[in-house]
Design a binder for this molecule. Sequence first.
Ligand code: C2E
Ligand code: MG
Ligand code: MG
Length: 854
Amino acid sequence: MALMGHLPQQSEFIEAAIDSTLLIALLSPILYLFLFHPVKQHLRLREQAEATLRKSQETQLKDMLRTSLDGYWMSDAQGHLLEVNDAYCLMSGYSREELLKMCISDVEAIETPEDTAAHLKQLMEMGSVNFETRHRRKDGVLLDIEVSANFAKYDEARVHCFLRNITLRKQGEEALRLQSEITANAAEGIALIKASDSTIHYTNRRFESLFGYAPGELIGKHISIINAPTDKPPLDTATEIQQQVEKNGECSGELLNLRKDGTTLWTSFHVSTVIHPQLGKLLITYQSDISSRKESEEDLQLAAMVYENSSEAIAVTDANNQIIAVNPAFEEMTGYSEEEILGKNPRVMSSGRHDREFYREMWQSLIRDGYWHGEMWDKRKNGEIYAKALSINTIRNRDGSVHRYVALFSDITERKQSEELIWKQANFDTLTELPNRRMFLDRLEVEAKKSDRSKLPLALLLIDLDQFKEVNDTLGHAVGDTLLKEAAYRIRSCVRTSDTVARLGGDEFTVILSEIPDSANITDITQKIIDRLAEYFNLGHEVVYVSASVGITLYPSDACNIDDLMKNADQAMYVAKQNGRNRYSYYTHSLQEAAQKRLRLMNDLRCALAQNQLKVYFQPIINLATGRIYKAEALLRWQHPERGMVSPMDFIPLAEESGLIHEIGDWVFRESARWAQRWSSQFAGNFQISVNKSPAQFREGSGNSNAWLAHLQELGLSGKHILVEITEGLLLNAEHDITDKLLAFRDAGIQVAIDDFGTGYSSLSYLKKFDIDYLKIDQSFVRNLTTDSNDMALCEAIIVMAHKLGLKVIAEGVETEEQRVLLTRAGCDYAQGYLLSRPIPPEELERYLSQHQP
Ligand code: C2E
Ligand code: MG
Ligand code: MG
């Protein structure tokens, strides 16, 4: 602006200089004509003086143009350059001689020659004009030029131009414009704060949007307006920052700030000072939003806390499966400290219990699915092998490559050991270590299938030791046990390893001779077994002789299903015994006759209910902690007119086979409900009666479950007075409708118990799945209960686990005080057995209860 203000002065001066030159030029001839004589002399002198003056003015003018910092040229009306000064030569890079041969349009960079011609014409009309344009220097560089042009009409038209190089100024202006553009649009929030009173002088757009203000809204406000009240008031925060800047020239950090709408926002800031010529000292602050980083920092902190405090061990490995981090639980579980294990492959902890195939499958699923979970045996630093439940997850990079593996595991050794113990107890005979009945039945099924494929028959041998009961009774159980072990060993020594020898219980063994090419072999092997068992047994101080009776049946010629096969073998064995023992007998069709007998019994059973031969007895169940009796089990009795008392073990299977079980079972249920109602009101408690329900009763439609519930409703009796006893086998093969029926019971408040627990598959997961309420430990475990016995360990394991799963435990077959004490000590909840009472008629139980539990 200052420069533009100066220009007119200069051009006025030039105009004046030109006017006086013109005046002198016009006046000289007149002066000469009128003052020729006598003042000629004087005139000459004056002329000389004037010439000198003119000369000096011209020289002055020329000097001025020559020394001027601005360029100057004079052109004619067509734009031909007639005069230029040194400044323009310097500016344009051309010499004077070169320029005097050039036209304006030769140096003009923006305008076309036509434009220039048009401009000149316009100038001549207007007299003078100021404008900006660009000239091209001789070396091609463009110059920003400010032009002040004047037109003068002498005898010929002349254009005087003063040309100022404003390239630098233009560049400066552009730079400033760019700078403020950048500041205004910066991604960082920028604000200028007056140091004198901490008010905001300037904010860019980002600063306003960051804190939720409208453009210009923050101007004049105190800067503390953006500080959130934390542990100190916003004003203190602002003051503190300003003091820091005063002291160190700058200050930076992270702050919790406040938006206009009251929400908070984390920013990182930097504050420094600038001096403004008018405003004095200003603070300039830069603010960036770091909320999302803060959030992820918090997440990370939380994750780290979980990691540190997790009771599960955690190990992180890199893509090469080298451990890069472990948590404290890992150190505790494995015994390795962080320093020891970092950089190692988890392989160092492997127990050697799993084969290559196991690990190969694990890696395959890790690669395919990104995760693996299962159970694994590993080794602690001290060499101890332990079981862990392990899950491994893969963390991938964006490109899909593996970044990390994260392994989480917990020690499940104790659970595994209990499960193993239960499994072993469930599948093997602890005394002889032979497969038990369950395992035997499994194997029999497998062998039958093999036989189907190979078309080679299978022989089933049922071996019963003769006189064993006498040995047991006279020499005691310990001797009996030793004999059984030795017998098991001898039987095994007579068969191939591929054959199965099992102990069904007591003195009963079975052998499966699989895929027999020649039936003569069967006789040979059987005879060998009989001979070996007939040899004397040296049992410590005693020498004992026993013999064996063996029943033989063939698959598939004698029977095609397992049940029949077992029955056949049993009948054949019975025949061998009948025929004098110490011998074998093949199953024959005459044995069918025995089956006929069963049929007759079954027929008798059909009338038993109608003829009032069936009775329900009740066996009381005692609460071990309180000694009170509010439970009893309903057990069916059959008073046969000719055979006397028939055991339910004998006739329940017949009832199941014939389908009579439904009618009989429903009757038992109604009787039980009746007594439960009576005793509940009589003995002021929730008397509950257990009713046995065999799998067959579940199988046939859903009718009778609903009928049971309907009956309870008729009586107005709540479901809690009934407990249904089922077997584990039912759950194992449970179809949907069985699940539904169990759930219907539960919904009606009827509780469910697993009877004879431990003799079947004993799966804990089923217990949880089916919402079972009670476990009844089978009497076979209770029978031999002593302090340190295996059975004791098993009972304890069952009780602990049942309680963990929220189930109560009833021990069956408690016959001695010792058993009761041990069970009570183990935390068992209830007991039933001969110690308290045998199953008795209801009238008798009622008498008992009214005497003992008024
Ligand atoms: P369970 O349900 O396990 O019944 C327990 C059996 O153990 C009963 O045999 C009972 O008399 C016997 N017992 C009780 N305390 C002792 C003891 O201290 N020592 C010994 N050695 N045995 C004891 P029971 O009455 O012969 O019944 C046998 C099985 O017949 C029952 O076993 C049950 O599975 C079945 N059963 C009985 N009544 C019914 C019924 O109404 N319906 C169905 N489906 N099954 C029934
Ligand atoms: Mg029962
Ligand atoms: Mg039982």
